[in-house]
Design a protein around this ligand. Structure first.
Ligand code: YOG
Length: 135
């Protein structure tokens, strides 16, 4: 593993989450709630599996995967879609491609200046989030 993304991280910045949610077809009502949330990301390694938790006061989303092994992802509580997802390391970026109904869907995590960065892609939308480590 090039760098450890493991740990607990709190969102400090988010750009174009609304655009990303529009790309996913999330209703205006739910988008308004989601935009007010501070997300916490908990990334753990359990054996050869990663567990990634996105936590908020509204909903939580947890999934787990092995790098380089395609898996069935159900985005329960997000847009409730089924994807065939594959996570790989591209240099120091942990990159996920989520094949399914939505085009150009996926995300990438990487570390930069002690911060955890996340780009979320869907259709023609990109959301960029930055997290600081919780100590
Ligand atoms: O992260 O997929 O770390 O899965 C981004 C917003 C809001 C629900 C959260 C709940 C998703 C309503 C997931 C927010 C917008 C809005 C807390 C980001 C969809 C629905 C769960 C994500 C990856 C990479 C791991």
């Amino acid at each position: 593993m090039p760098v450890s993304l493991c740990g607990t991280w709190d969102m400090v910045n988010s750009v174009n989450l609304d655009g990303y949610m529009i790309g996913l077809g999330i209703s205006l009502y739910t988008r308004k709630i989601a935009l007010k949330l501070k997300h916490r990301k908990v990334i753990e390694k359990v054996g050869d599996r990663y567990v990634v938790k996105t936590l908020s006061t509204f909903r939580n989303y947890t999934f787990s995967f092995r790098v380089n092994e395609e898996f069935e992802e159900f985005t329960k509580g997000l847009d409730d879609r089924h994807c065939k997802s594959l996570v790989t390391w591209e240099g120091n970026k942990l990159v996920c491609i989520q094949k399914g109904e939505k085009k150009n869907r996926g995300w990438a995590h990487w570390m930069e200046d002690d911060k955890l960065h996340l780009e979320l892609y869907c259709e023609d939308q990109v959301c960029k989030q930055v997290f600081k480590r919780v100590v």
